[in-house]
Design a protein around this ligand. Structure first.
Ligand code: SAH
Length: 408
C-alpha cells in the first residue's frame, strides 16, 4: 500500500522502494546515492521529484530519498529519519547549517567567492550553491531536485542576504547545461562582476552560459602556486580556460606565463583576468591551440618550463581527438615531463571521479618511470572545506592535485 505524506509542495505520493540487499547495507552506512543497480523495480519511478521511502529486503525503513535522474544515479537520500518531512523547513535547516560552516569565508574580505552548499556533502544531492560577492548561483543537476525549486528558493531567500540570485540548469537528456535565462531574483548584476580570492581579482559572469569564469574548487592550489612556486619561474598553464592559474603565477613573480587552451574564447577571457589584476596581457603569452599540438611545438622550439600546470577536463572532444583523463593522463604527463626542466615542478590536477588518488599517483609513477625521470611529491590537495564531502561518499571528493618535482 502506498502511503501519503503531506508536504508543502503538494500531496506527494510517497512511494516505497525496496532495495537489493547489498545496496540496503550501503544506504544503512550512510551512502547518499540511489544507484541504478539498487532498484529492482525501476518502473515504479515515474515522476522526478517523487519522494521515495527506501526499505530493505525485510521491508524495514532505511531512508527517504527523492527520484532525480543524473548520470551518477537515480536520486539522493534526504534523511534517514522516517518522521522528517521534506518541506520548506527541511531546506531551511540544511541551508542554515551549511552557512554556519562557511562563517569564516563570509568574514574573509580577501575572498568573496566560494561554495555555500555542496550537494550531498551538505545533505542534499543534486544541487550546489555558490557565493559571488553578494550574488548566489544555484546549480540544479536533475529535474527531480528542480521540482523542489519553490521551497528551496524561499528557504534560501530567508536564510541569506543577497543582492541577486542566479541559477543554472544542468539536466538536459545528456546531463548538460540547459540554455536559459539564468536570473532568478533580486537585482541583476552588471557583468563582469569582480570577485576576490585571497586578494586576487577575478572577472565572473553569472549570466553567460555553462561556466562563470572561475572554478572555485582550486582556490588553495592557486594560492600555493602564487606563494611558493612562481617566483622567477617560466610557467606553462595547460588547459588554461580563463587563465586563473596563470594570473596567480604572474602575481607570484613568474618571469613569464604561457596559457594554452583550444577554445577561441580563452584568449579574451585570459586577457580580461590579467587586466583586472593590473597585469598587461601583452607581457604574457596566450596560445589558442590543442595542448597536444603545443607539446610538439615546444619540443621543436626546445622550450622548457620550470612549472607546468596540467588541469584537463575529465573528458573532452576536439576536432582531432577525444581526451579522457582516465585513459590519457599518463600520456599527458609523459609529454609534460619532456618539456619540464630538470628540478622543475608539475602540478598534476584532475577532477575525474573515475579514479582515486591512489590510481592517480599510479599514473604519475608510471609516466615518470617510462620517461626515466625521478620525482618527489611535494604537496597534495583535494577539495577545500567549502566543497564539503562526506566520508560515506568518497567519490564526492573528486579533486586530486599533486605537485611533483621532476629530476631528469
Ligand atoms: N585549468 C582551468 C580549467 C580548465 S577547464 C582553470 O584553472 O580555470 C578545461 C579547459 O580545457 C577548457 O577551457 C577547454 O577548452 C580546454 N580543453 C579541452 N581539451 C583541450 C585540448 N585538447 N587542448 C587544449 N585545451 C583543451
Amino acid at each position: 500500500m502506498a502511503s501519503y505524506l503531506v508536504n508543502e509542495r503538494c500531496l506527494a505520493k510517497l512511494i516505497t522502494l525496496q532495495l537489493k540487499k547489498k545496496y540496503s547495507d550501503k544506504i544503512r552506512k550512510g551512502y547518499p546515492l540511489l544507484e541504478k543497480e539498487a532498484v529492482s523495480v525501476p518502473e515504479k519511478l515515474k515522476d522526478e521529484g517523487q519522494l521515495l521511502q527506501l526499505v530493505d529486503e525485510h521491508h524495514h525503513y532505511l531512508a527517504t530519498a527523492y527520484y532525480g535522474n543524473q548520470n551518477k544515479g537515480l536520486g539522493w537520500v534526504l534523511t534517514d529519519c522516517k518522521e522528517e518531512k521534506i518541506d520548506h523547513a527541511f531546506f531551511s535547516r540544511k541551508f542554515a547549517a551549511a552557512i554556519n560552516l562557511r562563517k569564516q569565508l563570509y568574514q574573509d574580505e580577501q575572498t568573496t567567492a566560494f561554495r555555500v552548499f555542496n550537494g550531498e556533502g551538505d545533505g542534499i544531492g543534486g544541487i550546489t550553491i555558490d557565493y559571488y560577492d553578494g550574488f548566489y548561483m544555484i546549480q540544479w543537476y536533475s529535474k527531480g531536485i528542480y521540482s523542489f525549486r519553490a521551497d528551496i528558493l524561499s528557504a534560501l531567500k530567508e536564510t541569506v542576504h543577497y543582492i541577486g540570485i542566479y541559477e543554472k540548469k544542468r539536466f538536459d537528456s545528456k546531463g548538460q547545461y540547459v540554455e536559459d535565462d539564468d536570473f532568478v531574483a533580486g537585482e541583476r548584476g552588471s557583468f563582469p562582476l569582480i570577485v576576490k580570492e585571497n586578494g586576487v581579482n577575478f572577472a565572473v559572469y553569472l549570466n553567460d552560459g555553462a561556466m562563470t569564469g572561475i572554478f572555485l574548487d582550486q582556490r588553495e592550489v592557486r594560492k600555493a602556486i602564487k606563494e611558493r612556486y612562481s617566483a622567477s619561474a617560466e610557467v606553462l598553464n595547460m588547459f588554461s580556460y580563463t587563465g586563473a592559474f596563470s594570473v596567480n603565477a604572474a602575481l607570484g613573480g613568474a618571469r613569464m606565463t604561457t596559457s594554452v587552451d583550444v577554445a577561441n574564447r580563452s584568449r579574451a577571457k585570459t586577457e580580461e583576468q590579467f587586466n583586472v589584476n593590473g597585469i598587461d596581457p601583452k607581457t604574457q603569452q596566450i596560445v589558442v591551440d590543442d595542448v597536444f599540438q603545443y607539446f610538439k611545438y615546444a619540443a621543436r622550439k626546445q622550450r622548457s618550463f620550470d612549472l607546468v600546470i596540467l588541469d584537463p577536463p575529465s573528458f573532452a572532444k576536439t576536432k582531432k581527438r577525444t581526451f579522457s583523463a582516465a585513459k590519457d593522463y599518463k600520456e599527458l604527463l609523459k609529454e609534460t615531463i619532456a618539456i619540464t626542466k630538470n628540478e622543475g615542478v608539475i602540478v598534476a590536477s584532475t577532477n575525474s571521479s573515475a579514479f582515486n588518488m591512489k590510481h592517480f599517483k599510479g599514473f604519475i609513477q608510471t609516466a615518470c618511470k617510462e620517461m626515466n625521470a625521478k620525482y618527489t611529491i611535494l604537496e597534495e590537495y583535494s577539495l577545500p572545506s567549502d566543497f564539503k564531502h562526506i566520508r560515506s561518499f568518497p567519490e564526492g571528493n573528486y579533486l586530486k592535485v599533486v605537485f611533483i618535482r621532476v629530476n631528469k
